[in-house]
Design a protein around this ligand. Structure first.
Ligand code: ASP
Length: 581
């Protein structure tokens, strides 16, 4: 036995006891006649004391222990003179009588402390060292808890955990596939699943009623926006349910996880339509921890001669604003920065108008040559501003207004400290459009995936008015992040055929890609629907970190490289030949 206790275990009531500990040397502090070592393992840190008076030879050996050496010590638990209230073992220390060096270590390339001096790339290369650091370890422990609580909740609500294959054919999520060549079938390839979508539907057709899997998914796509080429989903499907049933079950799951893992009550989780989310928050994943909703001034400005307003309204756009509470004193420089922000190409507004309602009641604006104080005051009041507030107004096409003001809202909230990572606000966004127009391909494409069911009442618009077909699709959003998404599926082959045709997919193409599912739908498919949660994103939110890399044991960098393994890498010619490449 290497140890009798872990480094996180001993307390004052153990004082006087003989113990054996093993772990890594975190610090070695030399105080002349005494040397203190912090010994670390996954469970915590325990202070070791070596005293020259007790044993000069042992003392000398202790002084030579380097950082990250692996040692075993035997000694007596003693009450500490200087207690450390920061750590659970802080009341005691070990007076060491025996020391064994189990392994030495080179000097680590960065400090293994809560605040390290190592950059992210270096820490990824030496991931095993980074994994020893407490912040990362805490995230990995939290992730473990999330997985266990997920399993517990789903098991008790009748879901079966069933694995689905990785070596498959293309799936319908719309990203690029990773492909795997087959040596048994030269020139032929498997695709790695972008999700188990088709299998979970097949399982419902197979009669399993409720399925889940905590499963790796693979998407060969651009990694901007904190994505990973392989990521983990909590993938679920259920039979004989409508949209509300799915929402109820997974509201329960989200609440269970937050309660068990963080002790947080998510409270009532509201539902919002996609159209409302876009119009009020300019986003289909609104952060509702704070208000600052987009306010529309269109009705007040129908007769305005001011060209930017007039043009926007004439071309069916909007004039709209957001109120930054208490920001009337913002400087020219701050306002210019906001203007530059909304003018960036992907937001596309041509400018931003400001109206300041100073705390003393005076109103100033960047358009005072065109509008008097009485007019601007009606805008302020219409938008719900009070003295002390700043109103920022844009004019233009609806999509640009929503994108720009939605992003600006988040930016200002960030600056005002309204996006506290330890506060949580969740909601369901529903009634997503079924299709979205792809300008490059001049085609309607699906918004969720092609097995999503359109609403019955919109079926007659499938060929003539695709833009107004809504789907039984829903997203679970928390703190402005999409954490889960799913839909009620089509179980009627005739409707499935209609959807494929609306997507411009010929019968042949549909059959080639998803033939087996189309076939299966003919054999008594039950009504079914489901959802997948992004485990990585969920854990990042629960860990109050921005990046999913911080909650994965072995993430890739944002160029998709594994820096520890140095993958991807070329393969040998012989291997290539074998694979028929
Ligand atoms: N397969 C979908 C996805 O990965 C989720 C679902 O529809 O259940 O986004």
């Amino acid at each position: 036995m290497y140890r009798s206790h872990t480094c996180g275990e001993l307390r004052i009531e153990h004082a006087g006891m003989e113990t054996t500990l093993a772990g890594w040397v975190q610090y070695n502090r030399d105080f002349g006649a005494m040397t203190f070592i912090d010994l670390r393992d996954r469970f915590g840190i325990t202070q070791l004391v070596f005293n020259t008076e007790n044993d000069a030879a042992l003392f000398q050996r202790a002084k030579e222990l380097g950082r990250e050496y692996v040692i075993q010590v035997k000694g007596k638990v003693a009450e500490r003179y200087n207690k450390n209230k920061e750590i659970p073992t802080g009341d005691i220390e070990i007076i060491v009588s025996e020391l064994t060096i189990l392994n030495t270590s080179e000097i680590p390339p960065f400090t293994i402390e809560d605040n390290t001096d190592g950059g992210e790339e270096l820490r990824m290369k030496y991931r095993y060292l980074d994994l020893r650091r407490k912040p990362l370890r805490n995230n990995i422990l939290l992730r473990h808890r999330v997985m266990q609580e997920t399993r517990r909740y789903l098991d008790t609500t009748g879901f079966l955990e069933i694995e689905t294959p990785f070596l498959i054919k293309s799936t319908p999520e719309g990203a690029r596939d990773f492909v795997v060549p087959s040596s048994m079938h030269p020139g032929e390839f498997y695709a790695l699943p972008q999700s188990p979508q088709l299998f979970k539907q097949i399982l419902m057709i197979g009669g399993y009623d409720r399925y889940f899997q905590i499963v790796r998914c693979f998407r060969d796509e651009d990694l901007r926006a904190d994505r990973q080429p392989e990521f983990t989903q909590i993938d679920c499907e259920m039979s004989f349910n409508d949209q509300q049933d799915v929402i109820d079950v997974f509201t329960g799951m989200a609440k269970h996880i937050f309660k068990e893992v963080r002790g947080i009550d998510l409270g009532d989780i509201p539902t919002m339509s996609y159209d409302d989310a876009m119009s009020k928050y300019g986003s289909d994943k609104p952060d509702i921890r704070f208000g600052m909703e987009i306010q529309y001034l269109d009705s007040l400005l129908q007769n305005a001669e001011f060209a930017p307003f007039k043009d926007a309204l004439a071309s069916k756009g909007n004039v709209a604003g957001i109120v930054a509470a208490g920001c009337a004193a913002y400087t020219r420089k701050q306002l210019d920065a906001f203007t530059d922000f909304v003018k960036e190409a992907h937001r596309g507004l041509s400018g931003l108008i400001w109206v300041k309602w100073a705390a003393d009641g005076t109103i100033t604006s960047s358009v005072n040559k065109f509008f008097d104080e009485a007019a601007t005051k009606t805008w302020l009041e219409h938008c719900g501003a009070v003295a002390g507030d700043l109103l920022l107004i844009g004019a233009g096409a609806t999509n640009k207004i929503q994108k720009s003001l939605g992003d600006l809202r988040l930016k200002i909230a960030e600056e005002l400290g309204l996006r506290d990572k330890n506060k949580f606000a969740a909601l369901w966004v529903i009634d997503f459009p079924m299709f979205e127009w792809n300008e490059d391909k001049k085609l309607w494409s699906f918004m969720h995936h092609p097995f999503t069911s359109p609403r019955e009442e919109d079926l007659d618009k499938m060929e003539s008015d695709q833009g107004n077909v809504k789907a039984y699709a829903y997203d679970f959003v928390i703190n402005g992040s999409e954490c889960g998404g799913g839909s009620i599926r089509i179980h009627d082959p005739k409707i499935q055929a209609k959807v494929f045709s609306a997507l411009g997919l010929s019968d042949e193409e549909a059959k080639d890609k998803f033939g087996f599912l189309l076939e299966a739908l003919k054999f008594g498919a039950p009504p079914h629907g489901g959802i997948a949660f992004g485990l990585d994103r969920l854990c990042a939110i629960l860990s109050a970190t921005d990046s999913i890399r911080d909650v994965m044991a072995f993430p890739k960098n944002n160029a998709g490289r594994d820096l520890m393994l140095d993958a991807p890498a070329p393969i040998a010619d012989s291997q290539r030949k074998e694979l028929g490449l």
